[in-house]
Design a binder for this molecule. Sequence first.
Ligand code: NAD
Ligand code: IPM
Ligand code: MN
Length: 361
Amino acid sequence: MSKNILVVAGDGIGPEIVAEAIKVIDALQAEGAIDVQLHHALVGGAAYDEFGDPLPESTLTAAKAADAVLLGAVGGPKWEPLPIAKRPEKGLLGLRAGLELFANLRPAILYPQLADASTLKPEIVAGLDLMIVRELTGDIYFGQPRGIETLPSGERRGINTMVYTESEVERICRVAFEIAMKRNKQVCSVDKANVLECTEMWREVAIKTAANYPEITLTHMYVDNAAMQLVRAPKQFDVMVTGNIFGDILSDCASMLTGSIGMLPSASLGASGQGMYEPIHGSAPDIAGRGIANPLATILSVAMMLRYSLGAPDAAARIETAVSAVLDQGLRTADIMSAGMRQVGTVEMGDAVVAALAEAR
Ligand code: NAD
Ligand code: IPM
Ligand code: MN
């Protein structure tokens, strides 16, 4: 039976990179490898401009009805003057919360062809295969109280609150442990338990939950050290599990190990098989509209979508093989360009992946 994909391209480079991902979906559909129907909706700044709301009810309803959501990116300088509640980013956060997508998988895998594109020495990153499991619907992103208040003195005070319940920590740890069981069985839980009670509890719950997974080796690291270790010796990690804000920051950091933030896909999953799939990067206003953005993170997000939500692991593997083949051909967008390679734009990169798909069987 045909599966429904809701496409929300968003802002900035969002529509440019999503167009290339759709080409890949269309190519697989045309040859009968998958059976999907695409629907489109607005989110972020694009939705605000049209409806005065970064997450219109119609978009959330369509997202809930879909088997999977493919998202580009949201945000941009145009909407920065808006209050937080109307900002494009609120649309994305509303989708994550509304669909209860608490588990965000951000795999940082170095394609060997890109060892030279990383800012780190090739031997530091060669063979990198790290899975960051980021909690996505809790933490300081959603904690109460929040806001800006004016004190009697007239001075303002800004407030956000880091909050986790035990069950929220337990379920994200379980996701990390399950993933690690299919990998090297090493999980590093990242916290700030030396300072923040919320993460002191996180650590306790992680340890308690690990008792159900005797084969897993659970270690703990403070987030500041984890950031340093990621650039010092990233291959020490197999699976990292952490909260929403730490995971946001660490995954951008990890992306550079793979050559570019334009390479990192993600899957956001809940308790059902439904998921939302998006590159980890943003709307890149500095390069939007120039046709130079790297579409590979979005294309690789389609592979994750096929694997995790649409039951099409073979098609997913073919996309990944096609991406590798295109890199073998020496094609590079500007962000992953290195000496001796051929620089291409967004569209040419997408076309090359589609062409390589035919060979990748
Ligand atoms: P960003 O990820 O958009 O860009 C950071 C840098 O990486 C920029 O120099 C950009 O050109 C580059 N970059 C990002 N994606 C790229 C790609 N595919 N190919 C080549 N280069 C790429 O982060 P930012 O500049 O801090 O944020 C810009 C806007 O995006 C903000 O409004 C922010 O809130 C939003 N944002 C959205 C998401 C999302 O939708 N998931 C994620 C992060 C940031
Ligand atoms: C990401 C982004 C988002 C986040 C923003 C745009 C809300 O940075 O997907 O990594 O902080 O989660
Ligand atoms: Mn981010």
